[in-house]
Design a protein around this ligand. Structure first.
Ligand code: NI
Length: 227
């Protein structure tokens, strides 16, 4: 499942976020990389502990919390604090798979990275390259969305960021632990949820068949959830 989320952030939020992070101190993205990523990573990143990254992360988290499409698709139980990166002057990120588990930066437990998310913070006509290239079961897909748009994809898929040859690509990225670990099961629940929403519009929410289908949704979720 590769799911674009259009206008996750409003234009006002994008502007506020950019004003916050653009004047922050960026560092070499390898500061936080594992061994394999260090071999392929060439970008700048905001240190996770910087106040700008933390305040910016709150803007992203608030937008996720009110986005019904995100909740339905990801069924999130934990979200890693959003991070921010920047690519310019030919910088790129080579082909890799994201780490399976990330300890939370401020202590406590870890996040199992079921899903990866990128939120684009620059308009696509302001830079060349910088596509997020993801290898899926249906072939290679390239994603380059508008400022404020996001894409959700399985963290286990091979992916890379193409070299940015003009301008600068700014983005937020992070991982999500889902209530439902299995991608096929989560996709089936999303299909069922969307069908119920559609039928509710056509038949009215009290329809007896819809009450049964809604029960089926919750009973499958109960069966498949691991929280
Ligand atoms: Ni990655």
């Amino acid at each position: 499942m590769l799911l674009p989320l259009h206008a996750l952030l409003s234009q006002e939020e994008v502007a506020r976020l950019r004003a916050l992070i653009e004047q922050a101190d960026w560092v070499d993205g390898n500061a936080t990389s594992g061994h394999q990523a260090r071999l392929v990573k060439n970008n700048l990143q905001l240190p996770e502990e910087s106040p700008e990254a933390q305040q910016g992360g709150q803007i992203v988290l608030a937008a996720l919390a009110r986005h019904a499409g995100f909740i339905a698709a990801a069924l999130p139980v934990k979200i890693y604090p959003p991070m921010f990166n920047s690519y310019a002057g030919g910088q790129a990120l080579g082909l890799h798979v994201d780490n399976a588990v990330r300890p939370l930066p401020r202590g406590g437990t870890s996040v199992r990275c079921d899903l990866s998310m990128t939120v684009f913070l620059e308009e696509p006509d302001r830079y060349d390259g910088g596509e997020l290239t993801i290898e899926t079961a249906f072939g290679v897909q390239q994603v380059k969305l508008g400022a404020g748009d996001a894409v959700l994809y399985p963290a286990g898929s091979l992916h890379r960021v193409e070299p940015v040859t003009r301008g600068r690509r700014l983005a937020s990225f992070f991982w999500i632990q889902s209530m439902v670990r299995d991608h096929e099961a989560r996709s089936a629940l999303l299909d069922l949820d969307q069908s119920i929403q559609q039928l509710s519009g056509d038949l009215g929410e009290g329809h007896a068949g819809l009450v049964k289908l809604t029960g089926l949704y919750h009973n499958l979720l109960r069966r498949w959830t691991d929280v």
